[in-house]
Design a protein. Structure first.
Length: 599
């Protein structure tokens, strides 16, 4: 990278970089406060970003990683498909065959003009409660292609002209979506979000001048690139490989989906290459990755292991290369075949993130992260039915209670509020009170699951225990779960997190076995129960600080038995806050090390 003459002095660089971040936060706040579905206004399953007119990512503050890394692909589709872009336009894009993530993520794209020139593109991407699929869900695990998905697909079409809706498109959406008023409310929230961004970007140009902003963007890209180059040059040269496996999927992948990744670090050229080409072909179901998701999720795994203060812009991201192949389950589908990628943003995508970040644990000491809690069990499933409280009006929506434990890393335990790897803790855990107002259902129990986090010198985050069910009318829950047969693994001696397990309770609270992955119709009085995955641990549990073990045992995150048998910590439970018997702990740990052959 060539050194360039600085045009923007450092203080102004800091001011403008924060101003761009603030604009994306303003866009985010607009969507959160005005979204109509609980998917947006409670779960926060959306993201905002700003790109240049030539489709380079400037900033994406507070976005879901899977949404914002590589978001410039959708603005690129706009500039490639249209040669008459004008001020006041807005475009709707949800096609994963042309740069979007998956069909459920409707993306609103707003070209921002200043003095008659297209300078920026404001983008708001939001997961929809319904997109007209053949089944009442936005996740179609058994659909072989777009046509079996049955969803409405928009390969980047103009939806506003001169700041006004194109009514034909709005009517098309209303006609094909089960909850048209809810959809339209979310659509207005997205349009409002990008227009707030547009106005703020114009004000920024008014204040500093368009030429200054253009110079800043170039220097901001250079800064991101130089920070990434410096970071990669600190790493050792080499190639490392690893494998992970998604759970079996009945009728689609009965033996599961194996995933292999190879990471090459070249410090001299300052590149990190993630090779996903050595994997199976696309499968006859919705678990295939779109090109956007394959590349995004591999890059996310890398970014999780690098310095957190590196700007995530096109300058820095240009030094992470992801190799993909056509017609590969973790590559990209043949656009002409319209292979289904309905679930590209979750399950297999989660496994890619976890695999890449876990491989980094072999790059060097104190590096990498364990595998994070995975899966979309019933608490994160799509619920639908009719509501007697509202004249049997139909409803459909996704609850956001993934409750999966986060991965441990050197120096830190995993988060409880992590969610899943592709969202990385940014997705909000939904409000059960709001959901009970919205749907005729109730969450009867929601708690942490004792002994569920993978043990380690640093523990994986715990999983959760949730009981949910309908109150006054039948309800359908569609849940594409994962992590039952292949729970998240620990690294560097850390243990695996707990598996995800799902079952049903009948009206008399008798346990009824149900598939770990599928569709369940629940009657009033019945409940669906989920024990979600815990995150993998990092490092030898016998090296964990005994006081941290004592605290978690006292809080109920781990049992006294696990404290003794796994961590080798002997606790006196008579004091209110418990106490560590340090002499007994030292002797027990020595005994366990000899017994297990550990140093």
């Amino acid at each position: 990278m060539k050194q360039k003459v600085r045009k923007i002095e450092p203080f102004l660089m800091a001011v403008l970089s924060r101003r761009f971040e603030t604009i994306t936060k303003e866009m985010t706040g607009t969507m959160l406060r005005t979204g109509r579905s609980i998917t947006l206004n409670t779960g926060r399953d959306f993201s905002c970003g700003i790109t240049t007119a030539d489709n380079r990512l400037i900033v994406s503050a507070e976005g879901l990683p899977v949404h914002v890394v590589g978001i410039e692909r959708v603005s690129k589709a706009m500039t490639e498909f249209f040669d008459d872009i004008a001020e006041g336009d807005c475009f709707l894009h949800n096609s994963p065959y042309y740069g979007n993530t998956h069909h459920a993520d409707f993306t609103i794209i707003d070209p921002v003009f200043y003095n008659g020139k297209h300078l920026f593109t404001a983008i708001a991407r939001a997961h929809q409660a319904d997109i007209g699929n053949a089944l009442p869900t936005t996740y179609m695990p058994f659909a072989k292609d777009l046509y079996e998905e049955g969803c409405i697909s928009f390969p980047c079409i103009r939806i506003q002209r001169n700041y006004k809706d194109i009514k034909d498109i709005i009517r098309m959406c209303r006609e094909n979506i089960r909850v048209p008023q809810q959809w339209y409310g979310d659509y207005l929230a997205q349009v409002g979000s990008v227009r707030v961004g547009e106005r703020a970007l114009k004000e920024l140009c008014n204040r500093y001048g368009a030429d200054v902003i253009k110079d800043f963007i170039e220097e901001w890209m250079d800064y991101g690139e130089s920070r990434m180059v410096d970071e990669i040059k600190k790493l050792p040269k080499g190639t490392w490989e690893g494998d992970v496996k998604h759970d079996p999927i009945p009728g689609v992948a009965p033996d599961g989906i194996p995933i292999h990744a190879k990471i090459t670090i070249d410090p001299s050229e300052a590149y990190i290459i993630v090779d996903l080409t050595d994997n199976i072909d696309c499968i006859p179901g919705g678990f295939n990755e779109s090109e956007a998701c394959s590349a995004n999720n591999a890059a996310i795994g890398v970014l999780n292991c690098l310095a957190p203060d590196i700007p995530h812009n096109s300058g820095s991201l240009s030094h992470i290369k992801v190799k993909l192949r056509k017609n590969c389950v973790v590559g990209y589908p043949d656009p002409e075949k319209k292979t289904s990628v309905s679930m590209a943003t979750t399950n297999v995508g989660d496994r890619i993130v976890s695999l890449v970040q876990s491989i980094f644990s072999r790059v060097g000491e104190k590096m990498g992260m364990a595998e994070g809690g995975c899966g979309m069990p019933p608490p994160a499933g799509v619920w639908s039915g009719t509501d007697p409280r509202r004249g049997n009006a139909p409803y459909i929506g996704q609850t956001i209670h993934t409750a999966s434990g986060g991965p441990a890393l050197y120096g830190h335990d995993g988060w409880y509020t992590y969610g899943i790897p592709v969202t990385g803790g940014v997705l909000y855990n939904g409000s059960v009170e709001v959901e009970e107002l919205e749907f005729p259902m109730m969450a009867y129990v929601a708690s942490l699951l004792t002994d569920s986090g993978g043990a380690g010198q640093w523990d994986g985050g715990p999983g959760g225990y949730i009981e949910q069910g309908p109150t006054i009318a039948p309800i359908v829950c569609i849940y594409p779960s994962d992590g039952h047969f292949s729970p998240p693994k620990g690294i560097r001696g850390g243990q695996s997190g707990s598996p995800c397990t799902v079952w049903k309770l009948d009206k008399d609270r008798n346990r009824v076995d149900i598939p770990q992955f599928g569709t369940e119709i629940l009657m009033p009085g019945e409940k669906i129960v989920t024990q979600s995955t815990g995150g993998g641990g990092y490092g030898d549990p016998l090296k964990r600080d005994p006081e941290r073990v004592r605290h978690k045992a006292r809080e109920g995150w781990i049992s006294v038995e696990k404290a003794r048998e796994v961590y080798g910590v002997v606790l006196d439970t008579k004091p209110e806050l418990y106490a560590v018997d340090y002499e007994a702990t030292k002797n027990l740990r020595e005994e366990l090390r000899k017994k297990e052959g550990r140093n």
